[in-house]
Structures are given as C-alpha cells and as structure tokens.
Design a binder for this molecule. Sequence first.
Ligand SMILES: C=CC1=C(C)c2cc3[nH]c(cc4nc(cc5[nH]c(cc1n2)c(C)c5CCC(=O)O)C(CCC(=O)O)=C4C)c(C)c3C=C
Ligand code: FE2
Length: 473
Amino acid sequence: MDAATCSRVLPQINLSHSDRRLSAGRSGSASCRSSEGLKISKQLTVSCSVASDKGNDMFGLSHYSKKNPAGEVLCPAGVCTYGGTAVESHSHAEEEKVGVLLLNLGGPETLNDVQPFLFNLFADPDIIRLPRLFRFLQQPLAKLISVLRAPKSKEGYAAIGGGSPLRKITDEQANELKKTLESKDLPVNVYVGMRYWYPFTEEAVQQIKKDRITRLVVLPLYPQFSISTTGSSVSVLQDIFRKDAYLSRMPVSIINSWYQREGYLKSMADLISKELESFSEPAEVMIFFSAHGVPLSYVEDAGDPYKDQMEECIFLIMKELKSRGINNEHTLAYQSRVGPVQWLKPYTDEVLVELGQKGVKSLLAVPVSFVSEHIETLEEIDMEYRELALESGIENWGRVPALGCTPSFITDLADAVIEALPLATAMSTPQTTSEVVDHDPLRYVIKIFFGSFLAFVLFFSPKMIMAFRNHLI
Ligand SMILES: C=CC1=C(C)c2cc3[nH]c(cc4nc(cc5[nH]c(cc1n2)c(C)c5CCC(=O)O)C(CCC(=O)O)=C4C)c(C)c3C=C
Ligand SMILES: [Fe+2]
C-alpha cells in the first residue's frame, strides 16, 4: 500500500494527514495555483441563509437537502451557501483574497496507480453506500473490489495511453478560468482538488489556507448534482473545514450544479451542431446522449436529483438546438455501470443494439455528465460503444468532444463564479449527534458483532460472488 492509499484508509481526514501526503514527494501541490495572492479592493456584500433556501425551492429539490446527516443545508441544485450564521468577511479593513476551488474526480496517471485509485473510489461511502451496520466493512470491501476490478480498468487506461488525462485537462481549465476572471476584473487564485487521486482536495485546501484566501467559491466540475460526485466531494470539504478554525469562518459559496446555465447549454448546442455537420445527412442523425449512470437506489431511496437534473439538462439542450432549427431525434441512456446492483436505465449498450435493429443508420454520441475527456469517453464510447454500434447496423458514427477549455464554456464558468461570490457565508457546523453516538464503545462492539455475521452471510453467498465476478472482472 503506498502513501496515498495509506492516508486514504484513515477514517478521519484532517490537515495533518494531508501534510504527510504532501511531504511524500508526490506532485500534488503543483496543481494548486499558489501564485501571489491577488487582491480585490471593493468590499463584497455578504449574503444570509436565505440564499440557500432559495436555491432549494427554485429547483424543487429540498427533499434531498433534508437528508443531509449533518443537518446542514446542502442544496443539490444551483448555488448553495451555508445556513448557519452569516459571518462577515474576516476583516472589513483587510482586502479580500478570492479563491476558486475546482472539484473533480481525479484519475490514475499510470497503470500502477489504477488499483490504489480504485481503492480510494470504492472506499468512499458515497460510492458504495453500505447500511450503517456494515460501514466498518467499507475498506476491506474496497480492497477486494479494487483488486477484482483493477485488471479490467488497467486494460481501459492502457488503451488510452496508460493513464487518465483528467489532471492535465482540469489544470488547463483552471488556468483558462483564472485568465477569464482576471479579464473580467476579478483577480483570483484557482485551485484544483480531486476526490480520488492527486492533487487531493485536502492538498488544495492546505494551499488555500497557506495563501490566506479570505473568500472562496467552490465549483465542482460536474454539471448535474449526484450524491456520488458533487455530494461526495463537498462532504470531504465540509469535514476539513469544520475541523479548522480559520477555514470554518471563511465565507464559502458552493455551486452545486450548473447544467441549466445558458452559457453551458449554448456551448453544448454549438458542439453538437458543429459535429452534425460532419454527417452527409445531418437531419437524419440520432443525437444519442450518454450519461454516466448511478445505481437506481441513489435516485429511488436516497433522493439523488441526478436523474431529474439529467433529463432536464437534455430537454434544455434540445430546446436550444430547436431554437436553431435543429429538430433531430434524440435519446438518453446511461453508461459505465459497475457491480451487481441495478443502475439507471436504459443502459447505453442495450439502446445502441436496439437502435441498430430498428434501422437507425447515423448516430452522434454526446457525453453529457462530465466536461473533460476521460476513460469513459476515450475508451468506453470511442472504442467499445462504437464497435457495438457498428456491429448492430449503425453505419455512420460520430462523437461530440467534451467541453474541455471551449472559450464560451469557460466564460460561463467565470460568470457562475462572479454570481456566486457575493453569496458566500461561513461553512462552520457543529459535530452531529450521530458522530458522537458512534464513539460509544458498547454500541461499536455490538455493531461489529452483528455486522460481521450479516456480512459473512451476504458477501460470501455464491450469488453475491457470481454477481461481482460477472460485472467486475
Ligand atoms: C457524473 C459523472 C460520474 C458519476 C455520476 C459517477 C458515478 C460512479 N462511478 C463509479 C465507478 C467508477 N467510476 C470510474 C471512473 C470515472 N467516473 C467518472 C464520473 C462519474 N462517476 C469519471 C469522469 C471517471 C473517469 C476518471 C478517469 O480516470 O478518466 C471508475 C474507474 C474506471 C473504471 O474502472 O471503469 C469506476 C470504477 C460508481 C460506482 C459510481 C456511482 C456510484
Ligand atoms: Fe464513475
């Protein structure tokens, strides 16, 4: 187990752990924009908790925010600020130093990174959601699944050049965003914090603290909110912030989702219409939106707004295309399922086969849940799904590139930051009752005892093992 994996195993992440990871000599801090802090002379208005309520109501998603175990306002759509007491900026006399923190998933940079990266991913309780009783099994299970999954994942990463391009692309987006904000008279430091690989979110936050940032906008690079992506990254951030006196007082504004922004929708429509032109008969092309899936239980049991937001996003992109006279047929399907449970349907591979059988001859694949090229665009869509589509009778295949550093898109992100900045309030939250209860040793022993018994029955039943073998190897 390397230093990264080891530090991930620690149940409570705090800044001293990330210190250790930084000193392990990896290049994590390189991505943090730590240039000399830039200053804003104008005094910013500080918002109050009304902003978060508005965010929830606006999208009708307050059911999920109520489920936040810490009892905090975590609105899944729009800009979210913290419901606690609005804290004014650190000092009226001091000048603001604004930071923007881009949150992303992270990806293995070499084939040797693949298994520890997968371990970090499966050790995330927002990715494998075990009942409370089984939580202590999270890390052994993550180890088991990451080892089982690694050979298939390595094949995929080998096929796209031996590692994920995510870090490079996210760094480029950070640079472009910084330049664009500067051109709009907002000097900022832009930081990159990854959830499962370098530079980890903890490292970025460490740098934010060192740079004495006084106001922060958090921008997850996922257009739609899911518990498994933005939700997970924001939880990590909350954990770090609530344990640190300086950070817990810092005004923060989190942009939980931004799929409904006009600039994003127009940028997507631009890419789609441009790509349609490469077909001999553009009007005959089926526009095939392929989104990363999530297990069905996220939506049905946990109230994940991801599916609703995805469907609304597709509706809005198609509306924009229609306003430009593009009236092609379209469909939405979900890709990249992992493990033995049911995921959001319809599945991309099954729909491609059906469309081929129905006589669709031209198809344009549009990755829609992520804004960078990554393994699931470069390998899964460009190689696996393309081959499947051609075998199924589709003759003309195209794929829309991810937004990456498309200027109109970066400009829209910059506008989103500018709009979110005045809404920032302190993130400070007290420790929750459930966290306190977890420290009761008797309850802990009882949980371990019954949990082990149930886990043995469940995980080592032949059905379960077959399910993992079928899907994971
Ligand atoms: C909106 C985007 C994403 C959602 C939702 C999401 C949920 C999710 N993912 C897994 C399991 C894996 N994801 C993997 C890679 C991966 N996932 C996303 C995005 C979303 N995931 C991206 C951008 C990437 C690629 C990173 C890169 O290196 O390029 C992987 C590893 C690759 C593989 O083996 O297929 C796994 C595993 C789950 C279980 C999940 C929801 C619960
Ligand atoms: Fe994923």
